[in-house]
Design a protein around this ligand. Structure first.
Ligand SMILES: C[S@@+](CC[C@H](N)C(=O)[O-])C[C@H]1O[C@@H](n2cnc3c(N)ncnc32)[C@H](O)[C@@H]1O
Length: 251
């Protein structure tokens, strides 16, 4: 089953991912990410936040530093272990839940903010997931999604050409890839099975969220310059990262 393959893939990536997250923690970009969360969600110890598909917990730590109460969710046991370690190291206790993004064992209307970076593209049930997140949010609560059209190039030859071109340039500029060739191939095979590989985003998200009754949908289309170093900016020229923030209506 594709879900098992996805879980296994992320289990195996947990160590390498954790190392790259440590690098992000020590980079000036950390403050950029924090200011983006603050811009959309505000500050304060009353905010109950959830980091879904948290991986090794980069966003959980940032939200801890912003004084939010944080619940860290991931389907991969190994990623959750890394998240626990890094949260403890950063001095936060945290609350950890192993689970699927579309089925989180948590009460209705209990969360002010759901943050998720580079997760929605990898979901087998993205629409159900947005429905689930709406269930978890308090009235007036928000989702904050950071993501890209990571594998749209698999179904678009022009995008594939651009991706190959910028990848070569980025490697020349000194990009060090933490993903092995075998992992690249495997994740592409997984991506071919995922619904959002074939959808243009964030347009798809906006349409689904509107249908689900989310309001005040704000999108920033391309934040690559803010969040990536020079080599990654080159690598991802044809795969811009977007921000999408949407609110659950008050009633
Ligand atoms: C690309 S990583 C992003 C990690 C983290 N959000 C970050 O940006 O550093 C994707 C994460 O989503 C998790 N994930 C994948 N499918 C999931 C699902 N159905 N439910 C919950 N987590 C999932 C993976 O285990 C992995 O930790």
């Amino acid at each position: 089953m594709i879900e098992k393959q996805i879980e296994k893939y992320w289990d195996e990536r947990s160590q390498g991912y954790s190392t790259s997250i440590q690098e992000q923690m020590n980079s000036p970009k950390k403050e950029v990410w924090k200011s983006l969360i603050k811009k959309y969600a505000g500050e304060g110890d009353k905010i109950k936040a959830m980091d879904v598909g948290a991986g090794p917990g980069f966003f959980s730590i940032l939200m801890g530093e912003l004084d939010y109460g944080v619940t860290t969710v991931d389907v991969s046991e190994d990623m959750l272990k890394e998240a626990k370690k890094s949260m403890e190291y950063a001095g936060f206790q945290g609350n950890f839940v192993k689970g699927e993004a579309h089925q989180i064992d948590f009460p209705d209307q209990s969360v002010d903010l759901i943050v998720s970076r580079n997760v929605v593209w990898t979901l087998t049930k993205p629409e159900e997931t947005y429905k689930e997140w709406r269930r978890l949010l308090k009235p007036g609560g928000k989702i904050l999604v950071f993501d890209s059209n990571w594998y749209l190039h698999l179904s678009d030859p022009e995008l594939q050409k651009q991706y190959n071109y910028y990848r070569r340039l980025a490697i020349e500029k000194g990009l060090i890839d933490e993903v092995t060739e075998e992992q690249h191939k495997r994740v592409e095979e997984i991506a071919k099975e995922l619904p959002l590989t074939y959808r243009k985003r964030p347009e798809w998200d906006q349409e689904v969220l509107t249908q689900l009754g989310f309001q005040e949908i704000i999108i920033e289309d391309n934040i690559n310059e803010w969040i990536y170093d020079e080599a990654k900016q080159l690598l991802y020229t044809s795969i811009p990262q977007f921000i999408l923030c949407a609110s659950k209506n008050e009633k």
